[in-house]
Ligand binder design. Structure first.
Ligand SMILES: Nc1nc2c(ncn2[C@@H]2O[C@H](COP(=O)(O)OP(=O)(O)OP(=O)(O)O)[C@@H](O)[C@H]2O)c(=O)[nH]1
Ligand SMILES: [Mg+2]
Length: 179
């Protein structure tokens, strides 16, 4: 059985823990209470989320990173042996692109060749306002990196993003083997 290690990254409150929780019946989270709740958000990830997604003969070990800068040292720890990552962006947050830029830059510098996809979350919610073309331009996302809408609370929607990153990893391997 092929296994893949995938990390879900993104700024604070992008929906990373929700994404892992939606996909994995059994999961681990390390969410702790925020000192001041922000709307309906009362907890934040302090170390990682973890769960397993089975895709037929493929097994995805899905990790969620913390979004708060205070815990950013975990990004490097969680990146060991990574096959690919999903950058999750909060489509409702007017500062989403600025916040995502910092996180994305960190990973592009640390893992310049690692396959990744961008998923713009909270699609379908009344406050959703991000245009995918703006995302590509603002973050200088390479043309071969897919950008997709997602609702992290919806199983099929979240699963489609996991399938996409696995396809990206596979097609990169095929290209490298052909060289
Ligand atoms: N409308 C809507 N809300 C969502 C969606 N996904 C997550 N949320 C909400 O957004 C908030 C953030 O969710 P989390 O999953 O804790 O975000 P996170 O990225 O893990 O946050 P940190 O670990 O603190 O960085 C929660 O209040 C979720 O209920 C979505 O697809 N649509
Ligand atoms: Mg979290």
């Amino acid at each position: 059985m092929k296994t893949y290690k995938i990390l879900v990254i993104g700024p604070f409150s992008a929906g990373k823990t929700t994404f892992v929780r939606t996909l994995c019946e059994k999961y681990i989270d390390t969410d702790m209470k925020l000192r001041e709740p922000i709307g309906e958000k009362t907890k934040t990830t302090v170390a990682l989320d973890f769960g397993v997604v089975e895709l037929g003969e493929k097994r995805v070990r899905l990790y969620g990173a913390p979004g708060q800068k205070f815990f950013f040292f975990m990004w490097e720890v969680l990146s060991k042996g990574l096959d690919g990552y999903i950058l999750l962006i909060d489509g409702e947050n007017p500062n989403a692109l600025l916040e995502a830029e910092d996180v994305y830059r960190f990973f592009r510098v640390m893992l310049p060749k690692t396959p990744h996809v961008i998923a713009v979350n909270k699609f379908g919610h009344p406050g959703f306002s991000l245009d995918l073309r703006d995302v590509r331009i603002a973050l200088s996302v390479p043309e071969d990196v897919p950008i997709k809408l997602v609702d992290a609370r919806d199983y099929d929607s979240a699963l489609s993003v996991v399938k996409l990153i696995v396809e990206s990893i596979e097609s990169r391997r095929v290209k490298e083997e052909a060289k």
